[in-house]
Design a protein around this ligand. Structure first.
Ligand code: ADP
Length: 169
């Protein structure tokens, strides 16, 4: 099925979709940026679910490039899909790990039966990934994905991020 890809400038916690993707860190226990916004607005149910995941499947944390879903608390969406982006490195090519964040999130979305998914620009904040390259990897990976998700929305926080995605789409 063809996946429709769209771009929105704004805050990922304002999106009305089946699932929003969190640019989490391996601990799953919260952080800044998207992660902070999701936990602040979603309330304690999300953190509680993350703690349970840490106590069961992911004792050492969620590995980079993987994704896992929790309920979404008060966010008004059905699920949060947490994925851990790689830190940018000038000496090591970690593009495959970043691509994996998008493909694994879509795989989890398919398992859940989510039809619409909103992504942030994973790794392009605190993790330092250059926006143009992060946008290219995000779009190429979603365009190539074999997924039943009908609607993928990239939610870009500022003008620069929006422009980077818009140039490529
Ligand atoms: P990472 O640690 O993976 O880099 P960040 O959350 O620091 O994750 O940033 C990822 C991207 O999300 C950055 O481009 C940042 O500007 C953007 N961002 C931050 N807050 C939000 C938000 N509430 N909604 C959408 N995008 C956001």
């Amino acid at each position: 099925m063809a996946t429709k890809i769209s771009l929105v400038q704004g805050d990922i916690t304002d999106q009305h979709v089946d699932a929003i993707v969190n640019a989490a860190n391996s601990s799953l226990l919260g952080g800044g940026g998207v992660d902070g916004a999701i936990h602040r607005r979603g309330g304690p149910e999300i953190l509680e679910a993350c703690r349970k995941l840490r106590a069961s499947h992911y004792g050492w944390g969620l590995p980079v490039g993987k994704a896992v879903a929790t309920p979404a608390g008060r966010l008004g969406v059905r699920w949060v899909i947490h994925t851990v982006g790689p830190l940018w490195s000038a000496s090591e090519d970690r593009s495959a790990q970043l691509a994996s964040c998008y493909s694994e999130s879509l795989r989890v979305a398919d398992e859940l039966g989510a039809e619409s998914v909103a992504f942030p620009a994973v790794s392009t904040g605190v993790y330092g990934w250059p926006m143009d390259d992060g946008a290219r990897i995000a779009l190429e990976t979603v365009q190539a994905a074999d997924t039943a998700v009908a609607d993928v929305r990239f939610v870009l926080f500022d003008d620069t991020a929006y422009a980077a995605f818009d140039r490529l789409l």
